[in-house]
Design a protein around this ligand. Structure first.
Ligand code: HPA
Length: 246
């Protein structure tokens, strides 16, 4: 695939081999301003800000994914295929559906189930199991241990629906309940598409999320708490990027 692409106006050397992807473009700018040394704006198509700088001497990029699987599907496709990026780490937020997972905990998605038809494009006569990169997961777990950050590793659900129509649906059949019974830790909206793209293009991906909503206990982080929870995840992500470079 040639560059520039429809959604990223940059050159391959503008990106590090690891790109951190928050959902929100403003968060990408915040990360660049607060965590990277000498950040340079490398993309701004549609206001999707991408920055590259260094962290502990390692070249690291951060660019927003937007919300949902079609959006992260586009950006990860172009980064992997036109810009030579090897590792994409989604750093997002998620709603926990297990009672023992607390607000601000980090969930690391070893696997990502989905309620989406996004995988139909691959013409598989079966159901694919989207999984993360083992090397990235191992590095992220080590980083969380070193930083003392509370984390959980397991399966998550990537959903197409933030506002699902549950009108008339019995509680026992609600998405929260049925996926909870299958051991799903949390719900977010992007990882399965990212993992599928990584598999298809022989690249590496991992999603780590801060729990911003505890959907079983109806607890939600305030704006300030979201920020502090997010900063710990950022450190885990950046330390992971450093370990991947070694
Ligand atoms: N659902 C989907 N995505 C999310 C949620 C949620 O409850 N919370 C944060 N991201």
């Amino acid at each position: 695939m040639n560059y520039p692409t429809p959604h990223i106006k940059a050159k391959p050397e503008d990106f590090g081999q690891t790109v951190l992807m928050p959902g929100d473009p403003l968060r990408s700018k915040y990360i660049a301003d607060h965590f990277l040394e000498n950040p340079v704006l490398v993309n701004n198509v549609r206001g999707v800000q991408g920055y590259t700088g260094t962290y502990k001497g390692v070249k690291v990029s951060v660019m927003a994914s937007g919300m949902g699987m079609p959006s992260i599907g586009i950006y990860s496709h172009e980064l992997y295929n036109a810009y030579g990026v090897q590792n994409i780490m989604r750093i997002g937020s998620a709603g926990a559906i297990q009672p023992d997972i607390n607000l601000k905990d980090i969930v690391m998605a070893m696997g990502a189930c989905m309620d989406s038809n996004w995988d139909a494009q691959f013409h598989l006569l079966g159901k694919f199991s989207p999984i993360c990169s083992f090397d990235m997961l191992r590095a992220a777990v080590e980083s969380a241990e070193e930083l003392g950050a509370p984390y959980h590793v397991g399966n998550i659900l990537s959903s197409d629906y933030f506002y699902g129509d549950d009108d008339g649906v019995p509680e026992a059949l609600s998405p929260k309940k049925v996926w909870q019974k299958m051991g799903i830790m949390a719900i977010e909206m992007e990882s399965a598409a990212l993992y599928l793209n990584a598999a298809r293009y022989k690249k590496n991906a991992l999603c780590i999320c801060t729990v911003s909503d505890q959907l079983v206990r109806n607890e939600f982080l305030s704006a300030d708490e979201r920020q502090t929870g997010f900063e710990q995840m950022m450190k885990v992500a950046l330390e992971t990027a450093v370990k991947l470079e070694k």
